[in-house]
Design a protein around this ligand. Structure first.
Ligand code: CUA
Length: 360
């Protein structure tokens, strides 16, 4: 019995579709999805993978089939049949990719929107400021104490005000220990916010973390408790808002498992929101070429249950008090910040090499 070609086409179509659907969801190319936002991004990626797999199999399948089926046989020296253009076919294979591309763009815009990427209220504008204009690359060592307070409202400042109420934190910062800029005014800048699902939009996130990027380290401050660390811990199921800035050059906050990336820019405040979902040890990677040690600019990120997070926070609080007590006892008025900081960098999880870089 000879099977009609329409049946063959149907069967091949079904097999191609099933194979594409399966591979598009089992490609194993992405790392763990550790946030709610990552799940949305993966949905988009998988949809594109399904379409790409289908097109790849179809095009390569026809190519390989034709190469065998219509190969030159022994003794055959004739010309091939003259093939003219085919207008309906041209229209069809122009229209299909156009529809696919429009579909993907609508879907990707939807995902971008869903994670809070297109929220006009999330744009912060700051007027031009003398300080930010004059800020050279050497502002790395600028600290809370030596940056004169600006007149513009400053998000970094507001968020760490509570932390500063704690005399311990204030002492440490004034002692030139933590090179975190006081002011982050923009040069007529906008800093878009990424992340945060719409149902939570407009509400403050449940956990604030201030992040400062500097050559070549990340420093995390938790305004609620005032602790400063070299690694970031976040609890599962609570929305986190990262407010970030940079002290010297542009860096980028990127945790592949979170599927979110945001530039940390000197003199600006940018934000990123996400809700951690999956416990694990991840790595924050700087994703902007920022100098010779850019490749080493990484920091541990730990997603853990609320109890473990609370316990860690308590330990940090105790450690910061002890560090401060030692610092006061030593009274290192004539030590350079480098020498002064050296004993404490280990507690903060900052490598001595990095500190050395910071100072220069
Ligand atoms: Cu910081 Cu690359």
């Amino acid at each position: 019995m000879k099977i009609p070609s329409s049946i063959w086409t149907l069967l091949i179509g079904i097999v191609l579709t099933l194979a594409s659907l399966w591979y598009g969801q089992n490609h194993g190319l992405l790392p763990a999805a550790a946030t709610d936002e990552a799940v949305l991004v993966d949905g988009l990626f998988n949809a594109m993978m399904i379409v790409s797999t289908g097109i790849f199999l179809l095009v390569e399948g026809i190519l390989i089939y034709s190469a065998f089926r219509y190969r030159q046989r022994a003794g055959d020296n004739k010309d091939g049949p003259p093939v003219e253009g085919n207008i309906p076919l041209e229209i069809l294979w122009t229209a299909i990719p156009a529809i696919i591309v429009i579909g993907i763009s609508v879907y990707s815009f939807d995902v971008y929107n869903e994670i809070g990427g297109f929220d006009p209220h999330a744009i912060h504008e700051a007027p031009m400021s003398q300080e930010s204009m004059a800020m050279p690359g050497s502002a790395i060592a600028a600290t809370l104490s030596d940056t004169p307070p600006g007149t513009e409202p400053n998000l970094n400042q507001e968020k760490s005000d509570e932390a500063m109420q704690d005399p311990a934190t204030a002492e440490v910062r004034n002692a030139d220990q933590i090179p975190q800029l006081r002011n982050a005014p923009g040069v007529g800048s906008v800093a878009p916010t990424i992340g945060g699902t719409p149902d939570k939009a407009g509400k403050p996130a449940e956990l604030q973390v201030n992040v400062t990027g500097l050559q070549y380290a990340w420093i995390f401050t938790y305004p609620e408790t005032g602790i400063t660390t070299g690694e970031m811990h976040v609890p599962i199921g609570r929305e986190v808002e990262i407010s970030m800035t940079a002290n010297d050059v542009i860096h980028a906050f990127w945790v592949p498992e979170f599927r979110l990336k945001q530039d940390a820019i000197p003199g600006r405040q940018s934000e990123i929101r996400f809700t951690p979902k999956k416990a694990g040890d991840y790595v924050l990677i700087c994703a902007e070429l920022c100098g010779p040690y850019h490749g080493a600019m990484r920091a541990p990120v730990v997603v853990e249950p609320q109890e473990a997070f609370d316990k860690w926070m308590q330990e940090q609080l105790v450690a910061s008090k002890e560090t401060l007590n030692q610092a006061i006892a030593v009274n290192p008025t004539d030590l350079s910040p480098n020498e002064f900081l050296a004993p404490y960098t280990k507690d903060m999880g900052i490598k001595p090499e990095i500190l050395h870089q910071v100072h220069h």
